[in-house]
Design a protein around this ligand. Structure first.
Ligand SMILES: *[C@@H]1O[C@H](CO)[C@@H](O)[C@H](O)[C@H]1NC(C)=O
Ligand SMILES: *[C@@H]1O[C@H](CO)[C@@H](O)[C@H](O)[C@H]1NC(C)=O
Ligand SMILES: *[C@@H]1O[C@H](CO)[C@@H](O)[C@H](O)[C@H]1NC(C)=O
Ligand SMILES: *[C@@H]1O[C@H](CO)[C@@H](O)[C@H](O)[C@H]1NC(C)=O
Ligand SMILES: *[C@@H]1O[C@H](CO)[C@@H](O)[C@H](O)[C@H]1NC(C)=O
Length: 722
């Protein structure tokens, strides 16, 4: 494979990823598609079109200018990797002028112009315009660019003059220029462009991508359902808050006299609980820090989507390939942090509190709790996604947003059942929820191992944990070696990207090992709970250095195939099989050392109080951040210059917005339902297992509430202070 082509292929892979062309194959004529596709066909009217065009071109120069102004341009910075011109969406849609009973309405369309076409235009004509002939132009440009920055192959590839042999097969990039055109609503792009400019069909080949008109987002049943449900929740919050304020502030009643169920939706109680809640896992304080930082990293990693809206994509990719960008390109490994924590907590929170028979008796409850605690926010977000999300914003790239809305309208149930990673991996509702699917599936399996762990016999536990870890490692390794995936999400070939994503990236088998590593650490932590541990200074230092090296090494390897010269299938297979458990292994030590007092400055940093809130919000943040980023991406009106400073600014903005929305959602939706679920489950006949069940639930989510008694105590204290 030629070197300079690499980044270009990367650009294409990423563009296709963002276009959704790699992943989404959607039937746009379905009844509940976010756009009214019949509308676009119904407005077409050749006769009316000609009338309007004649009027515009002969009688109304200002109107003609408005169409020109919002419409087609050659993209800027083509040589820097920009192939898109977005025109001016709002300006075009807002054109609306009355003319003899019909309105002249602006229609925004995107056309795709293949760059590998041989121009039919006469060389003579072109030479008049450009003072040169196309072949001269080509030869000149290429030779100059070739001398300058070795751009030659890049440009040739860009215009489809090159075929590339990659490890997976040959690939002709066949890039399109995506150009926005603004035309009157009744016209097709061909009709309008040949009047506005010149007889375009005789010169250029192009295809229509999509068109947009005002009022093309139909109301669907989901909209009404969402309005009703969110109104009910809003009303409950209002009533419940008033109820509590009335009783506690005006009637001055003690918190014991206020019924828990009536104030479950109270913003007052829920906010206070969220802010003053002390971690239930008292001895594992550093986990809050890890969680908050990992969530920040996830958001930073996903914010890279915004980079594809840069006009200097090529520079952005160059930066991403360099080691300087490791803080963002290594982000995909973060998810394994969460898998590790998940495994660790499931063991740590149950060991010593349940025995294996109690676990068996409580198994339905164990599962129910797991799924119910995740349900409210996920369901609320899906409901939002299928309804309001379509109306919250608009913009030239909203059709990408439409695909993800449509995915939710189609697969909301599979998202709620947590089977998306197997059932519809290329068309996921809220794509980041693949993690939840894998996590829930691992939790479904975990009782098989928990049963033996809770038996309390050390030897058996170690044998079972070893068997679990080895089974997942060995099967995943065999699978990886049979499949020969590339390592890392930064794949050059769009076709390979799809295979990697579906069969490796969201596959429970290949992602399971960090969970098992976490389980082992959970058991180690349990064994040493409350017992002092003596490690010599030298040994501590040695293990720390070793573990930090592992973590740094994994971070380096996650993004290794961004390297131009990277071509090593064996190493790829090994990385795919072992870098994730290695990450979990290093991180597990970090937690263990921090808990046992060998963390030093790292422990000091991870135990800051400021991590508590984001840690508690992390589940909500995880679900919410991706739609927010997609919304911003889909409503971008212009492409801007990529710079690292700008990227950092964007990440900070996403982070802040995500925290704020996550806070509101947690207080108004998650916390009330947590209280209700708790009341519901504690009503059932589980008197003897009451404590264990609440222990089970603790690991499910950081925002879990304290026991009722403790909470009342806390509230009494606070109301005394008020
Ligand atoms: C789509 O637009 C057409 C008008 O062209 C209208 O008759 C139809 O009711 C619209 N469909 C929806 C679902 O609103
Ligand atoms: C356009 O201008 C011509 C003369 O320039 C006039 O005859 C015609 O009525 C005008 N059409 C409209 C729709 O104003
Ligand atoms: C451009 O590339 C596409 C796909 O590789 C091919 O089908 C088409 O024939 C090419 N067009 C020209 C004019 O070479
Ligand atoms: C352009 O380059 C090709 C070979 O690279 C050559 O055959 C052709 O004559 C050149 N054209 C001009 C106008 O120099
Ligand atoms: C444009 O060109 C095509 C093919 O060359 C021809 O069939 C068509 O009549 C032309 N249209 C106009 C308006 O000149």
């Amino acid at each position: 494979m030629q070197k300079s082509s690499f980044e270009f292929l990367l650009v294409i892979a990423l563009i296709k990823y963002c276009d959704g062309t790699v992943f989404n194959v959607v039937n746009q004529n379905a009844a509940n598609y976010p756009f009214n596709m019949t509308l676009y066909e119904d407005v077409l009217n050749s006769e009316l079109c000609q009338r309007q065009l004649t009027y515009i071109t002969t009688n109304n120069t200002l109107l003609l200018l408005r169409f020109y102004d919002a419409g087609v341009r050659i993209p800027r910075s083509i040589l820097l990797g920009n192939t898109v011109d977005l025109g001016n969406y709002q300006q075009c849609i807002n054109i609306n002028q009355a003319l003899e009973g019909s309105d002249i309405q602006g229609k925004y369309c995107m056309i795709k112009v293949p760059t590998n076409q041989s121009l039919q235009i006469s060389s003579f004509l072109l030479s008049k315009w450009l003072k040169t002939t196309p072949s001269h132009l080509q030869n000149d440009t290429f030779s100059r660019l070739g001398a300058y920055d070795k751009l030659e192959n890049y440009v040739k590839t860009m215009f489809g003059l090159h075929e590339f042999k990659t490890r997976i097969g040959s690939l002709n990039p066949n890039l399109n220029l995506n150009l926005a055109v603004c035309i009157p609503a009744p016209c097709t792009t061909r009709e309008a462009l040949s009047v506005f400019y010149f007889n375009i069909t005789s010169i250029l080949q192009f295809e229509n991508d999509f068109c947009r008109l005002p009022g093309d987002k139909p109301w669907v049943p989901a909209d009404y359902v969402a309005i009703i449900i969110f109104s009910i929740i809003g009303l409950l919050v209002l009533l419940s808050t008033s109820y509590e304020l009335l009783h506690s502030l005006i009637l001055k009643k003690g918190s014991k006299e206020i019924r828990t169920i009536y104030r479950s939706f109270s913003v007052y109680t829920n906010t206070r609980r969220l802010l003053f809640h002390k971690s239930g896992l008292d001895s594992l304080e550093c986990i809050d820090g890890i969680r908050a930082l990992a969530m920040t990293w996830v958001i930073a990693g996903h914010a890279i989507l915004i980079v594809f809206n840069s006009i200097n994509l090529r520079e952005a990719i160059k930066w991403a390939q360099s080691i300087k960008a490791i803080w963002i390109t290594a982000a995909p490994i973060t998810v394994d942090t969460f898998f590790m924590l998940s495994g660790l907590l499931v063991v740590y929170t149950t060991a010593g509190k349940l025995n294996n028979m109690q676990l068996l008796q409580n198994l339905p409850l164990f599962y129910l709790h797991r799924v119910l605690r995740m349900f409210p926010i996920l369901a609320a977000m899906i409901l939002y996604e299928v309804s309001f999300q379509n109306r919250v914003f608009d913009g030239p790239l909203w059709n990408i947003q439409a695909m993800s809305i449509f995915a939710c309208r189609k697969y909301w149930w599979s998202a709620l059942l947590h089977i998306q990673n197997f059932y519809n991996p290329t068309n996921m509702c809220i794509p980041s929820t693949w993690y939840l699917s894998v996590d829930v599936q691992l939790h479904l399996l975990s009782p098989i191992f928990l049963f033996w762990i809770l038996s309390g016999k050390k030897n058996i536990v170690w044998i079972v944990l070893t068997i679990g870890l080895l089974t997942s490692l060995v099967t995943a390794t065999i699978y990886n070696f049979l499949q020969d995936f590339q390592s890392g999400i930064f794949i050059q070939n769009p076709l390979e990207l799809r295979r990697y994503y579906v069969y490796y990236y969201v596959n429970t088998l290949t992602r399971a090992s960090p969970f098992f590593v976490g389980m082992a650490y959970g058991y180690i932590l349990h064994l040493w709970k409350g017992k002092p541990l003596e490690i010599s200074k030298f040994l501590t230092l040695a293990v720390w250095s070793c573990m930090l090296l592992i973590l740094a090494g994994v971070m380096y390897c996650v993004r290794i195939n961004l390297d131009v010269n990277w071509d090593n299938q064996l190493a790829d297979n090994i990385l795919n099989s072992f870098m994730r458990p290695a990450w979990a292994f290093g991180l597990g030590w970090l937690i263990f050392a921090c808990v046992k007092g060998y963390g030093g400055p790292i422990n000091w940093f991870l135990c800051f109080n400021m991590w508590r809130l984001p840690a508690r919000l992390s589940y909500a943040m995880y679900i919410i951040h991706f739609p927010i980023i997609m919304t911003v991406y889909g409503s971008t009106n212009v492409r801007t210059l990529f710079s690292v400073q700008n990227l950092i600014l964007q990440i900070a903005a996403f982070l802040l917005i995500t925290v704020m929305i996550a806070f509101v959602v947690t207080v108004t939706i998650d916390a009330p339902f947590a209280t209700l679920i708790k009341l519901l489950l504690s009503k059932e006949k589980i008197s003897c297992q009451k404590t264990p069940v609440s222990e089970i639930s603790k690991h499910v989510q950081q925002s879990d509430m304290k026991d009722q008694n403790e909470m009342n105590q806390e509230e009494n204290d606070i109301s005394k202070k008020l």
